[in-house]
Unconditional design. Structure first.
Lengths: 108, 139
């Protein structure tokens, strides 16, 4: 199985308590469980079912995903940070894998 | 008892009436009403205070961008009323995230996208947009 690659983008310089845009994406087929392969066999459901963002351990955003989310799930949101700290992003896969990324953010 | 001609005509009349219902009028084919009621725990959602941006025409149903925002919301759930399953995604916002998000979703065919927001005071708001899909995006 191809490994999923998560990506996160946000501005290099962010100001305290000012919302900035965060763009996230993870490569994943997001099989709905409804399709069939070339031989007519059903392809089992296999999706990323949750996405969570934490800042210094505090949950900032969580998203529950259903098969109706496009492949390579793309989620964009706004974030405003009171201080510098650690941003953690976590995607949970149906197969039990957890994909994560973390970024130190220094606010001005 | 064999059906009489009158019975058959009556059945036909029902079928015709059902077929004439406009597409937007509560044609609950995938259980979306139940899914929304489960999210709101049966409470009514006021049709106000939720901004939902979806293209009117989506060429590719496999990736339709949806932006939703609702000032004062804690959770926002997205539904689609003619996909194989009604649920799409549920967002939960914290202290650090204004209640606004964009996600790309699959739409099997032309249908309504519905956003339901649970506000901080426990009430619910909603918005709905019709999307015409050129090429469907579900298996």
């Amino acid at each position: 199985m191809a490994k999923s690659t998560p990506r996160v983008k946000f501005p290099k310089s962010v100001e305290a308590n000012t919302p900035f845009t965060v763009r996230t994406k993870i490569t994943h087929p997001m099989h709905t469980g409804l399709r069939r392969d070339r031989d007519g066999k059903p392809i089992p459901r296999w999706i990323v079912n949750s996405f969570t963002v934490r800042f210094n351990g505090e949950e900032a955003l969580s998203v529950a995903l259903e098969p109706a989310v496009s492949s390579d799930p793309y989620i964009r949101f706004e974030l405003s940070l009171p201080e510098s700290g650690l941003l953690e992003f976590e995607w949970r896969d149906d197969d039990g894998s957890i994909y994560s990324l973390s970024r130190e953010v220094a606010v001005k | 008892m064999a059906p009489t001609r009158r019975d058959v005509m009556r059945l036909g009349g029902f079928a015709a009436a059902a077929a004439m219902l406009p597409a937007g009028a509560a044609a609950d084919t995938n259980g979306v009403a139940g899914a929304i009621a489960a999210f709101t725990k049966g409470a009514r959602a006021l049709e106000a205070g939720v901004s939902l941006d979806v293209p009117e025409i989506a060429d590719n149903g496999g990736a339709v961008p949806v932006r939703v925002a609702a000032e004062g919301a804690r959770h926002i759930a997205l539904f689609a009323d003619a996909n194989p399953n009604p649920g799409v995604a549920v967002f939960s916002f914290g202290r650090l995230t204004p209640p606004e998000a964009t996600i790309r979703i699959r739409l099997a065919r032309s249908q309504n996208v519905i956003a339901v927001a649970e506000m901080a005071d426990g009430t619910f708001r909603k918005a709905s947009r019709q999307v015409s899909v050129t090429v469907g995006g579900c298996g």
